[in-house]
Ligand binder design. Sequence first.
Ligand code: AMP
Length: 397
Amino acid sequence: MENAILVVNCGSSTLKLALFDSHSLRCTATGLAERLNHDDAVARIPELEGDFPLPAGATHREALEAMTKALTDSGLLSGPPAAIGHRVVHGGENFREAALIDDQVLEAIEHCAGLAPLHNPVNLSGINSTRSLFPGVPNVAVFDTAYHQTLPPKAYLYAVPYSYYRDWGVRRYGFHGISHSFMLTEAARRLGKTPATTSIISAHLGNGCSIAAIRDGLSADTSMGLTPLEGLVMGSRSGDIDPGLFDYLKSRGIAQDQLHHVLNHESGLLGLSGQTNDMRTLCDLAEHGHEPSRIAIEVFCFRLARYIGAMMASLHHLDALVFTGGIGENSSRVREQTLDNLKLLGFDLDQELNRYGGEYSGGHIESPESRFPVLVIPTNEELVIAREAVRLTSASN
Ligand code: AMP
């Protein structure tokens, strides 16, 4: 594929790749490497048959090399890509939009690593790898925080001493901005409106979960904060807790670094159910009478409903509530149970449309009585990154 756009998304132990045609922006291949830096690292390109093992302990760079070689050998990628787009988790206050990567941009991303120590360093390793693998090809950084840079101070400030913000950048940044911005453009398209006049509440519910109030095209509030730990209940993250918990648990012998691990990796759906962070499995367990799983789902949906109500405070009208992410797109139970808490606000689902996730109704799952449209829209973060890579490099010329 000539003039391909390569999209690179490095997670802590995963690497996702996608190839797009730069003219049509059609996705031509995808790839996923998992368990990187572990003995059983493995990679898979669905367009090529089967998994292929990576060397034990393979790094992001080694996985990227192996996967781009496989894409090249198979002819899915012919020659260097026209441009490369990277997902970068934290852009701090430096980036209000995507950026063409140069040394200055790299330095600014490094500077933000203190705010996202689990994410920015692996994002940087992806950027450095593609820069040396494909010298001369432009690289573009697309930030998960950038879309939320329009949050007003009343939404981004914590009520702590102001100097913490001024001197150390302590504020709410918000994440999943790439997905929330895609929800805006897709919802606007389906509603026959322009993005700039569209106001939605966007609920991205995957392993990580966040919600955003988008007012006339701009992010006005969101549930994640300084880090992606704040807000909704997630797969293994607690979301909101009382910071008083820190002192109390210290008195119970739980050290701060242990608590950090517990809140990020042993809480959320996993912590509540004692079983799994996987919503599909939890729904199965709950249906078979497993009470902790039922309660985990109930807490998840109730917290989400509270946040949907809270997002109303930032809007002057609402064009649609939008569900996306693995759970938002696939779990009719979660959508129904969440909106059952919001009858007073006028949300009402059509059970049949909800069961099929809006597949045959342009994404709509609301009943005719509902005060607001409710949409299910599959997210496509890779496409947003590819679009930005084209926009900033004119790679389609
Ligand atoms: P993501 O991080 O967006 O890939 O989403 C992962 C989450 O989506 C996991 O909790 C999955 O269990 C959940 N999920 C995927 N398919 C379904 C389904 N059919 N029903 C319920 N949850 C699902």
